[in-house]
Ligand binder design. Structure first.
Ligand code: ADP
Length: 483
């Protein structure tokens, strides 16, 4: 596999302080979506191992929380530095199992590591409050304490960053974490667990369990020792986990699906809007929950924008992520490819037209052509469901009120984007969009400094920023009397 440090590629799971090697008779095979080749195996574990990991986490967490914030911060900082020092190997592992181009994969490692860096810094600033008392002899003290053992379930589209966004604040706050990475992409998770050990993270504080999602998820949600579940994935599974967590009244962090609108007003800089659309729509081959899913373009600039976008999209090379100049990789698997095909077929059957692309790529496998569709309307499936692929559907709109109504006409509310110059319009539209995040004149909004998260069916809670750490903290009020 050509790694500088081959020990980063572990075909194992980490339960407490023990690595369990994959046994070929009971393993999950992981493939390279660009070639279909098996790249390795991880153990197929279940409820018993999850329970053991939660117990180990519970023990380790107490010692971790008792350390000074500065000590925790130092270990996180070291972890961040090791990720950066090994970014080429981590990027290669990521491209192999996920398919995104190597430059983008290495970019994800740097982005993912930046959450560890940010929360290493935040670890030392978890301040409480001293509130004036309600009686002369009383003082009100507000303490912030770690919530305890956290369970995390993460998806395949960002095999590194969706973990670091959760692990960073959890460890900074003094929590332990039991992680189940997506079965398509476990090796990126295991590689950063190796680095966590090297950074000095105490044994048992982080477990990485591979195996049956249903069994592991059931133990995580049912086990009363777990005080918080943090999940990134589909709304359907998120809702299921929400239900399962009810009996033990867990705190929930849910980063779920989106259906992001990307609006181009007639006063926008069209070239900048095209550039933003390329990033917002085609990053990770359209497989992110903040990807633009519906592009709304105002009547008078619709044709010009469609033409410019088609030209720009035509320059995006599709292929194996390790090949020179490739910008768009394969889709993750066959069902993902079929979903994209169904969305395009539905749109075409209901009157949309192909400006560019519109079919499987000549490379075969799960490759799909970068596609631009025009004359798209709200009756089509692409208006309601996340396509999660390289398809840009262009809707037409008349005026501000019309587009705000269309943009908000969805059960989701994660990311949204718009391009406009008029300052008053910028404020009006930013305030009117029912989304957790709004990108104005930019197609890229994710960064550790900002609170990432959604409203409506897109989830609960925020990740990143100073708000992100609050999700892993309990507030304790101490009433001091007799003063
Ligand atoms: P995606 O469409 O991104 O694969 P999923 O919600 O299916 O979204 O998967 C996200 C994560 O949730 C993955 O780690 C997956 O293995 C896990 N998962 C899927 N089904 C369940 C379940 N029933 N219980 C717990 N975790 C699950």
């Amino acid at each position: 596999m050509n790694l500088k440090d081959p020990t980063l590629f572990r075909q194992a799971a980490l339960i407490g302080d023990t690595w369990i090697e994959a046994d070929p008779s009971n393993a999950i095979e992981v493939n390279n979506p660009a070639t279909g080749e098996i790249i390795g195996r991880v153990p197929k574990l279940g409820a018993a191992e999850t329970k053991a990991a939660i117990e180990a986490a519970s023990v380790a967490q107490k010692g971790w929380a008792a350390r000074t914030a500065k000590e925790r911060s130092g270990i996180l900082r070291k972890w961040f530095e090791l990720m950066i020092a090994n970014k080429d190997d981590l990027g290669r592992i990521l491209t192999l199992e996920q398919g995104k181009p190597i430059a983008e994969a290495t970019g994800e490692i740097v982005y993912g590591a930046s959450f560890i860096e940010w929360f290493a810094e935040e670890a030392r600033r978890i301040y409480g409050d001293l509130v004036p008392g309600h009686q002369p002899d009383k003082r009100i003290m507000v303490m912030k304490q770690p919530i305890g053992v956290v369970a995390a379930i993460t998806p395949w589209n960002f095999p590194n960053a969706m973990i670091t966004r959760k692990a960073g604040p959890a460890f900074a706050a003094g929590c332990a974490m039991v992680l189940k990475p997506a079965s398509q992409t476990p090796f990126s998770a295991l590689a950063i667990a190796v680095l966590a050990e090297r950074a000095g993270l105490p044994k048992g504080l982080l477990s990485v369990i591979t195996g049956s999602a249903r069994e592991i998820g059931a133990e995580m949600t049912g086990n009363p020792t777990v005080r918080k579940l943090t999940f990134t994935g589909s709304t359907e599974i998120g809702a299921e986990l929400y239900k399962q967590s009810a009996a033990t009244i867990k705190k929930l962090g849910l980063e779920l699906g989106g259906n992001a609108p990307f609006i181009v007003f007639d006063d926008a800089d069209l070239d900048a809007a095209v550039e933003g659309a390329l990033i917002a729509k085609f990053r990770n081959n359209g497989q992110t929950c903040v990807c633009a899913n519906r592009l709304y373009v105002q009547d008078s600039v619709y044709d010009a924008f469609a033409q410019k976008l088609a030209v720009a999209v035509g320059k995006l090379k599709t292929g194996n992520g390790f090949d020179e100049g490739v910008i768009l990789g394969p889709l993750i698997d066959q069902p993902a490819l079929e979903k994209v095909e169904e969305h395009v077929a539905d749109a075409l059957a209901k009157g949309a037209s192909v400006v560019r692309g519109g079919k499987r790529h000549a490379l075969g496998g799960t490759f799909y052509e970068a596609t631009v569709l025009a004359d798209v309307t709200k009756e089509m499936v692409v208006a309601r469901e996340e396509t999660f692929g390289p398809v840009a559907p262009l809707f037409r709109f008349k005026d501000e009120a019309d587009v705000i109504a269309q943009a908000n006409d969805t059960e989701f509310g994660l990311a949204s984007y718009f391009y406009a110059k008029d300052l008053a319009r910028v404020f009006r539209v930013a305030e009117a969009l029912e989304y957790g995040m709004v990108g104005v004149n930019t197609g890229l909004i994710s960064t550790p400094e900002a609170p990432f998260g959604g409203v409506k069916l897109s989830g609960l809670g925020r990740e990143g920023s100073r708000y992100g750490i609050e999700e892993f903290i309990e507030i304790k009020y101490v009433c001091l009397g007799g003063i």
